[in-house]
Design a binder for this molecule. Sequence first.
Ligand SMILES: [Zn+2]
Ligand SMILES: [Zn+2]
Length: 357
Amino acid sequence: MIRADLECDLKKRGWYSGDAHLHTTYSDGKQTVEEIGKSLREANLNWAVLTDHNTLKGKEEWLNGKRDEFIPIMGEEITTKFGHFNGINIKEFINPQTSEGLKDIKRIFEEIHSQGGLVQINHPLTKGLSYQGWEVSDYDLLEIWNGLTAPNLPGMGNYEAKLKWFDILNSGKRLAATANSDTHDVLLPQYVGNLIYAPLKITLKKIPHAWKNFVRENIASIQLWARRGIGIGMPRTYLYLPKLTLQNILIALKRGNSFLSNGPLLLINVNGKIPGERIDLQTKEKLILRVKLCSFQSINLIKIIKDGLVIDRCKLPQGTKKFELSLELKEQGPGWLVVECYGSYPFYAITNPVYFD
Ligand SMILES: [Zn+2]
Ligand SMILES: [Zn+2]
């Protein structure tokens, strides 16, 4: 799907895409570990985390799928009444039991970290699956874009998750965001198949009540998204890596040396610092933001966001697929900056923050 890869050859520049949320027949997924591995490699992903619900059964098979250009990472989607979160790069099964409430969440996070893993909070504001354990604050990653819901439509879980992320960043925590497919079926993701193939009346019967009005009002754009924007590795997280290794992947995930996308390739830097890096304002240098965009689909809008507010927007001529921009930032205070780009729905990408202090 992400054919711009070929044109822009991101790998040559050190950018490797992956997916940190996937299911197989070992929990509620429809494909085997081997089939998921094949699908990921076909879709040109370079790393992925297997995260079946509360089990590590697929571990050996999964880790055997390592190739020169593909790093499998073992994980567990720890599924609790407080919500779902991934232990990424864990070695041993972690008990998801939460009879002692937040104390258990704390215990689970500690176990993940002591095994050399990262904690990713999954689909934190998706209706019916929202996360309730925020008081335990030493999580490492926030999944602001979970494949099953249309990205970036106000009212939908992913949009709300993005706003939540902005709030957390504004509170001073440096937190990297991720985009993952949460694939359960590479052939026909739940709900989405209905949105494409069934008459609206039947579709409305099958989807959660809270979404009915939203779907009724936005059916045309949702169908468009469902046709174009689903599948394994959709969306995905692109990491900047000096070399494709497990350790480098974990470091880049945690720091946020990355951007999230379902197509457009969006590279930015401020004075040479990429997402996840920091700029020292003491040096009083001019701040120059450089944006490089390459996309198989045309892109019509770029937004520059500082501390959660849009400080600049750039409308692009119709049909723009390649674009470069260089501008001086007038907003010079401490904080963080991300860049978003929008194509015709659903195409979208967002960077992790460059920090200023
Ligand atoms: Zn989940
Ligand atoms: Zn999941």
